[in-house]
Design a binder for this molecule. Structure first.
Ligand SMILES: Cc1cc2nc3c(=O)[nH]c(=O)nc-3n(C[C@H](O)[C@H](O)[C@H](O)COP(=O)(O)O)c2cc1C
Length: 186
């Protein structure tokens, strides 16, 4: 599981290309969170927006790259949410969440959902999925999940969902590496 950059992830320093700066060899007693985040950022991920409905029926969501596959039979996925997120009460109470895997042309959407805002859903197209969780139009894949369990873990809460429906459009995925958005090139 990748540790999510709950504050926007540290980019590789200006003037140095990702992969060209060594990860320092450090024991945990000397490790600063910045160095840990930079090392974790070397793990390439996709980008998702995870959504649900809060107790008043309002749509809720955030950008997350901690999403991962967990089990095929039964079909389980996981992701983790910073405990101090404004969305924590909604996700721990909601029966369902949806994981929207972003396409390369959805960087602006990713940025919008990575900032605190009450207007995240004011622009762009979306429809209701299982349990009312918003399904964003134009994603490469969508996983509609029933929340199976959630587990406090350090400063995050780990969510495990059982996939009830899948969908998505054929297009190029958005990629995230070393604090930067990237696209795949063959
Ligand atoms: C590429 C990227 C990936 C992120 N992944 C996560 C994640 O997996 N879990 C998390 O809690 N925050 C993650 N964040 C940070 C949240 O998107 C951000 O803190 C957001 O503002 C949270 O919503 P809130 O402000 O309404 O609490 C990520 C941000 C970016 C840019």
């Amino acid at each position: 599981m990748s540790v999510p950059p709950s504050v926007p992830p540290a980019a590789v320093p200006e003037g140095s290309r990702a992969g060209h700066v060594s990860v320092p060899d450090l024991p945990v007693s000397e490790l600063r969170s910045e160095e840990l985040r930079q090392a974790l950022g070397r793990f390439v991920t996709g980008v998702t927006i995870v959504t649900c409905r809060d107790g008043h029926g309002a749509p809720v969501g955030l950008t997350a790259n901690s999403f991962n596959a967990l089990s095929l039979d039964p079909p389980l996925v996981l992701w983790s949410l910073r405990e101090s997120s404004s969305t924590i009460d909604a996700f721990t109470a909601a029966s369902h969440f949806a994981v929207n895997v972003l396409a390369a042309d959805q960087i602006e959407l990713s940025r919008r959902f990575a900032r605190p805002s009450s207007a995240k859903f004011d622009e762009g197209q979306w429809t209701d999925g299982q349990g009312g969780a918003p399904l964003l139009t134009g994603c490469v894949a969508v996983f509609e999940c029933r929340r199976r369990s959630h587990h406090p873990a350090g400063d995050h809460v780990l969510f495990i969902g059982e996939v009830e429906r899948i969908g998505g459009a054929a297009s190029t995925p958005l990629v995230y590496h070393a604090g930067h958005y990237r696209t795949l090139s063959e």
